[in-house]
Design a protein around this ligand. Structure first.
Ligand code: ADP
Ligand code: MG
Length: 706
């Protein structure tokens, strides 16, 4: 087959899945109007999206003959006979229908109901099956706005357990339930993709039955994330992701890389002689791992995880010099202009000293100047190219690019990474300052080898971290001013995101800026997301040069920014930040000689968990511990915000509770790929359906073309 035909084939959906991919509008009770609501609620408008929207609670109903069998507040099912109406004419007063249920009286209460509707629905003298929450008002039993069945329906009975779904405004619960029940009937019989022995040993049902069980729980306990049905569905999703990563990884490894191994160690020796310190043990170990990867003729895809200040840049530099020594180019890409320039500033002198030619290329370069830079990249005059991630989107041509280093993984998603490795670069090194718990690292980075720099350069003093309630702000400021006057301390002052509104965010920062300026005059600077890049840079430069004492910033202050003299970090409303974010912000200080401080200001009232989280920050500086604790307290999805972290957005699995089955899914995925690398067996075909369901088309593409 022709290549484009292959591509087209890969996009094709296994036809057995068709019913799941129909629009919800094909379901009873779903029209074009509420389809929008369904789409908002389920993040998709296919039947499959609806099926992935699982109940979050249940209503448990008790069927009683006599009302006294149930306590007040319980949801009951009872037979009631109408004997009198008292219809209200006022909107604020409800209408009542007086009934007898067993041997006691029961009032049905309705607000804003029309008389004819009530009389039609509850004819005099008729017995009705009613359900609703039983309460007592002035000693009388009543049910407000009961559920009931019209005459003729009475063969149908109430479910004694009814699932309750997370809802969106405007969509009725009955409509949703009806649509879900109809969807369940449309689920095709798919061949089992799980291993029979796993199913047996875990006591798991088939996929279809598991979905039905989740939507029709028999008791509240069945909603637990570790209930068998939910666990099975979560495991399906995990396996799909791990399988995709394993397949992609295998294809990448097969992709012919180049052996990048300098013939001699001249440049490396020069590098080690040029830096004014000894590399840490962890740095040396990681450089060794990278050297070995690069020397092999397989493509390298390696992630280097290390706290802020652990010295990742030096590690990247060592790798880039390998490339240069082999006559190839290396690119270093940062997520923002500021960071790209900062890399250039810190690496520039080192590269100059070693006689390595480099250029800095960002979106800010225009016209002739840009052309000249691009030319140097194209003709190989530039051995190292430092820039933003845009380096890869723009039509930048390299003469011979051997290595791409990507800084700050958490803004560089899985899909982008895939794109990158399709660009023909031999080796890729990703650096991240976001320590991610091991279980999460597997899901996010299962397609990469991981190195950890888990040691800090010697002589770093721990940052003294304090929790300060906001009403003590003035005392703190007085202390800070003393530090500025007497010890020439420099301070970062971070104002938080207010309700994700950039405008209010800015207002808070500007207000703080004004207050501080009234005390410190022009030695206070302000940076925020709405400033032009040039203006931002100018302020940052002033701060770095020591011309500002305080830098007030919204969260735009960049993760990698390096001002060693800054020794104090103030974070307002610290409770609103993720721990990973706090950790990164705090990492801005503690880089120089002097004792550093971090003040975490919190607003009151603060929740138990909120306080516990801040205490973790106070008690440790180990990013890996912080990440694990944060996950424990908040759940995985919240650690950075899924989108930002590059973590996959799961439909059915929840990493904070299903984390332990990731390892299981991973080893199973590896076993599958080992035995059946092209998924051509019977089970392989079933697994392809699974990959398709979870939208992992890239993996399917690799299967077809690889
Ligand atoms: P990261 O990128 O991991 O945040 P950097 O590479 O920017 O860290 O290093 C932070 C600072 O520490 C830099 O000023 C760097 O020169 C310095 N540094 C790096 N490695 C060492 C080391 N082994 N010993 C002392 N200082 C180091
Ligand atoms: Mg860095």
């Amino acid at each position: 087959m022709h290549n484009t035909q292959l591509k087209a084939a890969a996009q094709e959906r296994p036809f057995i899945l068709d019913p799941l991919y129909r629009s919800v509008t094909t379901l009873p009770g779903v029209g074009p109007r509420n389809a929008k609501l369904f789409e908002r609620l389920c993040e998709g408008e296919r039947i499959w999206d609806l099926l992935c929207h699982l109940p979050s609670d249940v209503v448990e109903r008790i069927e009683v003959d006599q009302l006294r069998e149930a306590d007040s507040g319980k949801v009951v099912i009872v037979k009631a006979k109408v004997h009198k109406y008292s219809i209200s004419r006022k909107r604020s007063v409800p209408s009542r229908i007086h009934c007898t249920a067993g041997d006691s009286a029961l009032d049905l209460v309705f607000f804003h109901a029309r008389e004819d509707y009530l009389k039609r629905s509850f004819p005099m003298g008729e017995e009705k099956e009613i359900s609703g929450t039983l309460v007592y008002y002035r000693g009388r039993a009543q049910i407000t706005h009961p559920d009931f069945f019209a005459k003729g329906d009475s063969a149908e009975a109430f479910d004694t357990v009814e699932p309750v779904y997370p809802m969106t405004q405007g969509l009725g619960h009955k409509v949703l339930r009806k649509a879900v029940q109809a969807s369940l009937r449309l689920i095709p019989e798919l061949p089992e993709w799980q291993d029979q022995t796993v199913l047996k040993s875990r006591g798991w049902q088939g996929w279809k039955e598991a979905l039905a069980t989740c939507h029709n729980p028999k008791a509240r306990s069945m909603l637990a994330p570790d209930s068998k049905a939910r666990l099975r569905l979560a495991y399906d999703e995990m396996l799909a992701h791990q399988l995709a990563l394993t397949l992609i990884r295998k294809a990448q490894q097969k992709a012919k890389g180049r052996a990048i191994q300098p013939k001699d160690s001249v440049l490396r020796d020069k590098f080690l002689a040029s830096i004014p310190f000894e590399l840490t043990g962890a740095q040396k170990r990681v450089i060794g791992e990278i050297d070995a990867d690069m020397a092999s003729n397989m493509a390298m895809v390696r992630l280097v995880q290390g706290d802020v200040g652990s010295g990742k840049t030096m590690v990247a530099c060592a790798a880039m010099l390998n490339t240069v020594a082999c006559g190839m180019q290396a690119a270093l890409m940062a997520p923002t202009e500021i960071l790209a320039r900062q890399h250039a500033e810190s690496l520039g002198p080192l590269l100059d000293e070693m006689g390595v030619r480099y250029v800095v290329l960002t979106g800010r370069d225009k016209g002739k100047a840009k052309e000249l830079l691009l030319q140097q990249v194209k003709n190989g005059a530039a051995q190292v190219v430092i820039g933003t991630h845009a380096l890869f989107q723009d039509k930048v041509e390299f003469q011979d690019l051997g290595l791409a280093v990507i800084d700050e993984q958490h803004r560089f998603g899985v899909h982008q990474r895939l794109k990158l490795s399709q660009k023909g670069v031999s080796d890729v090194l990703v650096m991240t300052a976001t320590p991610i718990p091991r279980t999460l690292a597997l899901t996010a980075y299962g397609d990469m080898d991981v190195s950890r720099i888990d040691e800090k350069p010697a002589g770093r003093k721990p940052v003294d971290t304090r929790l300060v309630p906001k009403d003590k702000l003035e005392d703190m400021v007085a202390g800070l001013i003393r530090q500025i006057r007497e010890e020439k301390a420099q301070i970062y002052w971070v104002c938080p995101l207010v309700e994700e509104s950039e405008v209010m965010d800015l207002a808070a920062a500007e207000e703080r800026f004004d207050v501080l300026q009234s005390v410190l005059g022009d030695r206070v600077g302000l940076v925020h997301g709405r400033m032009k890049a040039e203006d931002k840079d100018a302020v940052m430069k002033k701060f770095a040069a020591g011309d500002l004492d305080v830098l007030v910033a919204t969260t735009v202050i960049e993760v990698g920014v390096n001002v060693p003299n800054a020794s104090i970090m103030v974070i307002e409303h610290a409770e609103r930040f993720g721990l990973a974010q706090l950790h990164q912000l705090r990492g801005r200080v503690g880089r120089g000689e002097r004792q550093s401080h971090c003040f975490l200001l919190y607003g009151k009232p603060i929740s138990e968990t909120g306080k516990a989280r801040l205490k973790i920050m106070r008690d440790t500086e180990d990013g890996f511990i912080i990440a694990e604790e944060d996950m424990r307290l908040r759940g995985a999805g919240d650690i950075l915000g899924t989108r930002q972290s590059g973590l996959p957005d799961y439909m059915l699995a929840d990493l904070s509770v299903h984390g332990d089955i990731i390892a299981m899914a991973r080893s199973e995925a590896q076993l599958i790929v080992q035995k059946d690398p092209r998924l051509s067996s019977e089970r392989g075909a079933a697994l392809k359906n699974l990959l398709y369901l979870f939208n992992l088309k890239e993996a399917l593409d690799y299967l077809r073309s690889g």
